[in-house]
Design a protein around this ligand. Structure first.
Ligand code: DGY
Length: 409
């Protein structure tokens, strides 16, 4: 796969829109939060200055309350729905009103590690903003058991995962009104969320917009509040990395050590005792998703030892040859091509594989090998069928290229 490195760099360069990178042309024409963080890791392999710029541009959209939006609409693009008018937000740059998993916290510390001298000032400038974002999560996205929850499936980034099914079934979107989807004009509808899902995605946006995106009002009586291992483990990792870098750089670490300890304790709330793995649950009624997902395996990335998760990883890798799927293939809800209900995602595999290897779990290296194989053979697409390896979703995808450069390739 030796020509792959150059092709991966080309994708990042082609998706560069000047200071930020789109996930892929057409389907996702703006700056997405966690996609951008992965882009910066990819750029760091050949242009560290551009890597820093990616994260700096992301934080230029940070709201006063500390939230960093999941989409920043730098320039209008009619090819995407829902655009800025549907969100109706008042941040410093037009944006969505929800956030996304804060991988940028961790990845900024990697840019610093890549060249501490060149990065020290840039890191120090981002550091208070990053801490503020972490504090916003702890204040507005933490339930009484200490688990981090999401208020929209898009916030988790795992848009149509079965994890949200119970909460979504409690929403009656009949007043959502007419809207026209754009995603299915770019990608086959069988690989995308259903209309049932979309009606509820848009309904949730309309509800929060009517409440002026006020954190307290949006939280109150929200039918969608789901404790999510994606968000919890990635925030845990982010805080840990930020704390270590802050200490090394002699910056004010404030309460970060205590906050991290609270998050570590809160991870217990995500342990589904009936199933024996990390899982999500509906905060409004306590119902578990009973979903062994790729987010369940982020426990190692989050910094836990989690010995009980190894057997689950082995079982999933036995059942699916092409990387860790977004849902275990033996789950009746598994759908090999439908987005987050089955497909393999390179960036999730990176966090799972890397995290596992760091904690001494031998299968971490197997995850890396399989990710290398599937990307090497089928290309830099959005995601893959975990049973056949077949390419799926958008083409020329930024984070898949970045994962190749930074880890898999
Ligand atoms: C989409 O539009 O499908 C995105 O995933 C929302 O973030």
């Amino acid at each position: 796969f030796s020509d792959r490195d150059a092709a991966a760099r080309d994708i990042l360069t082609q998706n560069d829109r000047g200071g930020y990178t789109v996930p892929t042309d057409g389907l996702y024409p703006y700056q997405w939060n966690w996609d951008s963080a992965f882009a910066s890791l990819g750029f760091a392999e050949f242009d560290l200055d551009r890597a820093w710029q990616e994260i700096e541009t992301l934080f230029s959209g940070q709201w006063d309350n500390g939230m960093v939006p999941h989409i920043i609409f730098h320039k209008p693009d009619p090819g995407y729905f829902p655009g800025p008018d549907v969100w109706g937000c008042n941040g410093p740059i037009a944006s969505s009103g929800i956030t996304q998993p804060p991988v940028a916290l961790s990845f900024a510390t990697r840019l610093l590690a890549a060249d501490p001298e060149a990065g020290a000032a840039r890191f120090a400038a981002l550091y208070p903003k990053m801490r503020k974002w972490a504090e916003w999560f702890l204040k507005w996205r933490r339930d009484e058991k200490g688990a981090i929850f999401v208020i929209h499936p898009w916030e988790s980034g795992r848009d149509n995962a079965p994890d949200w099914d119970d909460a979504m079934s409690g929403i009656d979107p009949q007043d959502v009104g007419y809207y026209e989807r754009r995603d299915t004009q770019h990608v086959d509808a069988s690989m995308r969320p259903t209309k049932y899902d979309y009606d509820r995605y848009i309904w949730l946006v309309q509800r929060a917009k009517a409440l002026d995106w006020d954190d307290a009002k949006v939280a109150e009586g929200n039918p969608f509040k789901v404790a999510d291992p994606t968000m919890h483990f990635i925030l845990m990792r982010g805080l840990r990395d930020l704390l270590a870098a802050g200490e090394a750089q002699d910056l004010d670490t404030g309460d970060m050590a205590a906050q991290l300890a609270e998050l570590e304790a809160g991870a217990d709330a995500l342990w589904n005792p009936g199933m024996g793995y990390y899982d999500s649950y509906n905060c409004n009624n306590g119902i578990w998703s009973n979903a062994l997902s790729n987010a369940s395996f982020l426990c190692w990335f989050g910094g836990l030892d989690a010995p009980h998760m190894e057997q689950h990883l082995a079982r999933v890798l036995d059942a699916a040859p092409y990387g860790v799927p977004s849902l275990a293939p033996f789950d009746p809800r598994f759908d090999a091509k439908r987005y987050w209900r089955g497909p393999t995602w390179g960036m999730m595999n990176m966090m799972i594989g890397e995290g596992a290897s760091e904690r001494g779990v031998a299968l971490g290296e197997e995850v890396r090998k399989r990710t290398r194989e599937v990307i090497g053979r089928y290309g830099f697409v959005e995601y893959f069928d975990p049973m056949t390896g077949a390419a799926a979703g958008g083409k020329a995808f930024t984070w898949t290229a970045a994962v190749w450069l930074a880890w898999a390739g």
